[in-house]
Design a binder for this molecule. Sequence first.
Ligand SMILES: Cc1cc2nc3c(=O)[nH]c(=O)nc-3n(C[C@H](O)[C@H](O)[C@H](O)COP(=O)(O)OP(=O)(O)OC[C@H]3O[C@@H](n4cnc5c(N)ncnc54)[C@H](O)[C@@H]3O)c2cc1C
Length: 380
Amino acid sequence: MNYSSPWMTPELATFRDAIRRFVDAEVVPHQERWAKQQHVDRELWRKGGEMGMLLADIPEEYGGSGGSFAHQAIVFEELTDAGDMAFGIHVHAIVAHYILNQGTEAQKKKYLPLLASGEMVAAIAMSEPGAGSDLKGIRTTALPDAYGYHVNGSKIFISNGYLADLIVVVAKTNPDAGAKGVSLMLVETRDCPGFKVGRILEKIGQKGQDTCELFFDDVRVPADAVLGGVEGRGFAQLMTELPYERTILGVSGVAAIERALRLTVEHTKQRKAFGQALIDMQNTRFVLAEIKTEATIARTFIDRCIVDMLEGRMDTELASMAKYWISDLQCKVIDQCLQLFGGYGYMLEYPIAQMYVDARVQRIYGGANEIMKEIISRSL
Ligand SMILES: Cc1cc2nc3c(=O)[nH]c(=O)nc-3n(C[C@H](O)[C@H](O)[C@H](O)COP(=O)(O)OP(=O)(O)OC[C@H]3O[C@@H](n4cnc5c(N)ncnc54)[C@H](O)[C@@H]3O)c2cc1C
């Protein structure tokens, strides 16, 4: 079957080769060590910056690489194909888009070049111990004072939390105003009295990703730290930017499905039982035939989403469909593939085992899949 994504070009193919070489040299050899230390090396961020992969789709005038969403999608595909879930470029790029699309000119000029070069690592802090899916329930506040704002509260499950220098914190600037009282605050964490990173959380997978608890105890931020410069726009900004995040999750999900299929075809061709290769058994062939069909459907769908992103018409509904449907499929497919590896599939030295534990959270973060269905159902 000869299929090439409609958005691919020769220039993008060259870019993909360069990213693959970078990932092979700078990511793959360190994965085990990162998993043990629970975070990537800060040096990786600088190297990624030099490579131009951190903000591949941010305009050059703000320090980005001036590419399109296709460039950024290729970065995510190649990281997934190398089994990497530690290098949090996803969240970093998401924050950059919040700043690009919602920030003031001064905020864009100040932060985007630093994020592009990897001098600053970014995180976004929405979830709290008492509020994840239901963000209206957040308790973190950023109350105005003579100087600017003081931030109080705590956040949980924050990706890049340990290394982050810039955190977009979802906070109530006016606790009496309901959804209209929520703002996104740009908090710089270096030399920041009152800011504390809690422990790096022990997860079942994605061990090299620094997912943390964060604490804000009267953290002072200046008056111009409100994203976009106007209070109360936080929810609207989240609603506008979440489709980018959800499309990215779909992009990585399809890359993971394709990798699982490839690894399993290879394994079942060389592994023998009952005097034949596993792939010669009808059940194996049927399972893999089903997976190949589903992978093709998923690829066609995500390619359509990528084109919609490129043409600026991606919407909340479609992004929610991509996030929920692909992550559900990813978990199902990887589970089926693992079964075909037998006992080896349960051993962490086999990538399929790692993929199994890494995949599970795809159905939870970025908005639980049930929330995605709520969003889609609003359009019925
Ligand atoms: C590894 C990891 C990384 C993360 N990174 C970040 C990050 O960088 N920044 C950040 O802000 N957050 C992050 N999160 C948090 C993540 O977004 C939340 O865990 C997620 O939104 C779910 O919120 P919750 O955990 O509070 O679950 P809850 O809100 O308690 O929901 C639990 C379950 O209840 C069900 N449910 C909830 N609401 C509904 C509903 N309306 N209808 C039907 N069913 C429902 C769903 O099954 C849901 O999974 C991360 C989480 C993990 C595990």
